[in-house]
Write a protein that binds this ligand. Structure first.
Ligand SMILES: [Zn+2]
Length: 305
């Protein structure tokens, strides 16, 4: 909470106490929901943000992950765009938790999943805040989150994706939804894009997202791809992996590592996969065999707790 204690007129000789700084760990948990997205961000001020809820068949896994993390209230619930792999678990999540604010981009999408979600939001007495570049989610001084996309209305639903820029002291995150290079170009042209230490890669690593101009500005240290093994879309695309490697990013994939947890105290940043800690930048490769063994032996949500 931004608190200015003893603020007084400058030049009166009275001491002006600087705004209170948030401290502690911020934890971003990329929940393994197979082919889909769901990321829980637990902020050091005790609030929680959930970005997407995975597909319907993984709604229970998302709820379990939040319970395991001790979350009882979702302060900010963002549905990046109305595709099933992002909103399918939404109804179940809304039923299971106290929710503060719901954010969605403006789209003209009509599916029964989307309609049911809108009804569930209304039934809970919640209204939807439009996700649009420039809208602030929260601003606590050294901990801020704002939308940097969409910058305009698009016909392509993926391009309507809410894109979030999160900053905690000197560490930064971008959650790119399923935005394609078209939307990235508009965000770049609008001056919305900046370096992010951790990038939730757009559209599950599709070739039509995460373009070179976007990467040249973002220059992520760690790149997280939320994707199912052997998915029918061929995600992630080899070309996207090459572009990410080309800017020096360490790539983490939920199909290989299960749930991926990124922890930051505002200065350092640490990535935890499948029970093993990997210091960023060490080039450590995820061991597929060990990961699958872990997936069988442990519940998905345990890595999130
Ligand atoms: Zn998607």
């Amino acid at each position: 909470v931004l608190v200015v204690v003893g603020a007084a007129c400058a030049g009166c000789g009275e001491r002006i106490t600087p705004p209170e700084q948030v401290s502690g760990d911020l934890v971003a948990c990329f929940i393994d929901v197979g082919q889909g997205d769901a990321c829980l961000v637990r902020c050091p001020d005790g609030t929680s943000m959930l970005i997407d809820t995975g597909p319907a068949h993984d709604g229970a896994a998302v709820i379990d992950s939040l319970h395991a993390a001790g979350v009882t209230r979702i302060d900010h619930l963002i549905f990046t765009h109305p595709h099933e792999d992002h909103i399918g678990g939404g109804e179940a999540v809304l039923a299971a938790f106290d929710v503060g604010k719901v954010y969605m981009p403006r789209t003209s999408h009509t599916t029964s999943t989307y309609e049911h979600l809108l009804e569930a939001i209304q039934a809970k007495g919640l209204t939807i805040t439009e996700a649009r570049a420039g809208t602030i989610l929260f601003d606590l001084g050294n901990l801020t989150a704002r939308f940097i996309g969409p910058t305009e209305d698009y016909e392509a639903v993926n391009d309507c994706s809410a894109v979030i820029f999160l900053q905690y002291t000197s560490r930064t995150f971008i959650f790119a939804g399923d935005a394609s290079i078209t939307a990235e170009t508009d965000m770049l042209d609008g001056g919305w894009v900046a370096h992010a230490d951790c990038l939730k890669v757009g559209h599950h690593g599709s070739a039509t997202s995460t373009g070179q101009p976007f990467l040249d500005v973002v220059k992520p240290h760690d790149a997280v791809i939320s994707v199912a093994a052997d998915n029918s879309y061929g995600h992630p695309a080899p070309a996207t992996l090459e572009r990410l490697e080309g800017v020096g990013a360490t790539i983490y994939r939920t199909d290989q590592s299960g749930t991926i947890t990124v922890t930051s105290d505002g200065t350092s940043l640490e990535v935890q996969v499948a029970g093993a800690r990997a210091e960023p930048g060490t080039g450590q490769q995820n061991n597929r065999g060990a990961v699958s063994q872990w997936s069988v032996g442990c519940s998905r949500q345990s890595a999130c707790a």
